[in-house]
Write a protein that binds this ligand. Structure first.
Ligand SMILES: [Fe+2]
Length: 287
């Protein structure tokens, strides 16, 4: 077949350096879209920015506060198959597993959304098994005019040696392929999986019997530094700042100070003694 991902040469192995904590794409995206969805930084209605598939209104074009790190690559693993069907839903009425919807945007280096980005997802089924003969839980789609994607699937099952994850390849028109993986917060194996990278954690919440997740990708794509329309500069001043306090519920993107140092929250959690920011790099990174 002829998907642009055929002949991909960009898969890279995870290097130790690439696992260093740095600004999370999701935070950057939230900052970029701060004017339109400031509540995303607070975590509570983080998914409220989801735009209806029909009748939605365009959000202001996001713009970054600074140049930033693109989404880190990860190993492809042994189970990628080219020529996946074009579809945004990998489930049907008979699919076994906890329903999961993953939504997000794909941005370039200046946090402007990119339309027509190919996203090719693949994952294990509810039992942790990949379909290597057919195309179950495999599918590709393209971002819409707003740079948005929606994947309807299930929570992938666990298999030996790895924490829970979803594989994805992304390719903006005419650009190199990014191969990476997405992770779930609060998974016990996140702490022991040597490939796991907290920069690739989705924001996940339970909704009814299913789950909804958000992740924004940043591709290493140069963009016009002076877009001429629809932009509103944003700064980190929109991030709530306070002193780290045990007992407080923090959401990804929240900013605190502790010991005179500023930190950014990476995962939703309620702070407790012993989880001070310097002690838990999985929860906080230095701002
Ligand atoms: Fe995998």
């Amino acid at each position: 077949m002829d998907t642009p991902l055929d002949g991909d040469q960009s898969t890279t192995e995870e290097s130790p350096d690439s696992r260093n904590l740095s600004r999370r794409p999701v935070l950057r995206a939230a900052l970029a879209a701060g004017v339109a969805v400031p509540a995303a930084l607070m975590g509570v209605p983080a998914l409220a920015r989801t735009i209806p598939s029909t009748g939605g209104t365009l959000e202001p074009t996001p713009q970054c506060d600074d140049g930033d790190d693109p989404t880190p690559p990860q190993t492809e693993g042994p189970y990628f198959k080219p020529n996946s069907p074009r579809r945004s839903s990998l489930v049907d009425a008979n699919t076994v597993g906890t329903r999961l919807t993953v939504t997000g945007f794909v941005f370039g280096l200046r946090c402007q959304p990119i339309a027509n980005v190919l996203l090719d997802f693949w994952q294990a089924d509810n039992n942790g098994v990949y379909d290597n003969t057919g195309f179950k839980f495999r599918g590709h789609q393209f971002t819409d005019a707003q740079g948005k994607f929606t994947l309807t699937t299930i929570v992938p099952g666990l298999y030996p040696g790895r924490t829970r994850h979803i594989h994805v390849k992304l390719q903006a028109p005419g650009q190199r392929v990014l191969t990476t993986q997405l992770y779930f917060p609060n998974e016990p194996r996140n702490n022991t999986d040597t490939i796991f990278d907290p920069r690739l954690l989705m924001q996940v919440r339970n909704v009814g019997q299913g789950r909804e997740a958000v992740y924004d990708f940043v591709l290493n794509v140069q963009q016009n530094p002076n877009p001429t329309s629809g932009t509103t500069p944003t700064t980190t001043s929109s991030v709530p700042v306070g002193t780290w306090t045990a007992g407080t519920a923090y959401s990804p993107g929240a900013s605190v100070t502790y010991g005179g140092v500023s930190y950014i929250c990476l995962q939703s959690h309620t702070a407790q003694a012993g989880w001070e920011p310097p002690n838990v790099p999985a929860l906080w990174r230095v701002a």
